[in-house]
Ligand binder design. Sequence first.
Ligand SMILES: [Mg+2]
Length: 280
Amino acid sequence: MTASGARKVSELPNAMEQKEELKGRLEGKRLAVFLDYDGTLTPIVDRPQDAVISDRMQRAVRDLAERCVVCVVSGRDRKVVQELMGLDNLVVAGSHGFDIWSPDEGAIQREMGGEFGEVLDEVKARLAREVEPIEGSLVEPKSASVAVHYRLVSEDERPKIRAVVEALLQEHPDELKVTPGKMVYELQPKVDWDKGKAVLYLLEALDLEGDDVAPMYLGDDVTDEHAFEALKEEESVAGRGTGVFVGRADDPEVAGRATSADYVLDSVEQVEEFLDALAR
Ligand SMILES: [Mg+2]
């Protein structure tokens, strides 16, 4: 995916051990915190509907949102995220930032071409027909994408799912793309959009473009790299943004990955501690 990461995940300092440095970065600035949901605020689970936020994490996010702008950015539908969060003092950006709700302004909808709607409907129908009968699979239709989860599918059945996804991509090379995640394929309209663009768009939409704003992004997945990268390299925010990768820096699967994040937090529990510390 992204190759411009400056460091490897294993080289990132832990954010909880760099409090003084962070304090310096944030001094005199208005903090705006962007949070991924799955894997960042809740542990990764077998079924997405089980990714429920803990009371303590909910409290940590709510307390922080009383002090600064907090925005949850997720690939899930905005209303699902709002329900999962159970808080009304945060900005929620669902569908990778296509569908935004803010406590001050209500819903802010981004335009998405209607022709993609038709392709997505076809994709949803095909997946329901060809993938859903495979045991353990879970097709999650969303407003601007479809996720195909295969964590609970047996190893020998997984190629079947992959084949359906590949066939769909071949049939719609100009309209569809797939973003692989943790045991999930996410089929999305092929528009030039990612979490980095979403964060930059959100900074603009939420009137957070001033030099006094310090945006921070916490995320655990490959797709979050786009956000780390945007905060690091985009001229309008360069020097003010902070990226925090959530995950075990000693996990062989991620340790060698190139990243544009500045810090690491080991676990969802550490994210909670960190948000608590930020709120104070
Ligand atoms: Mg995630």
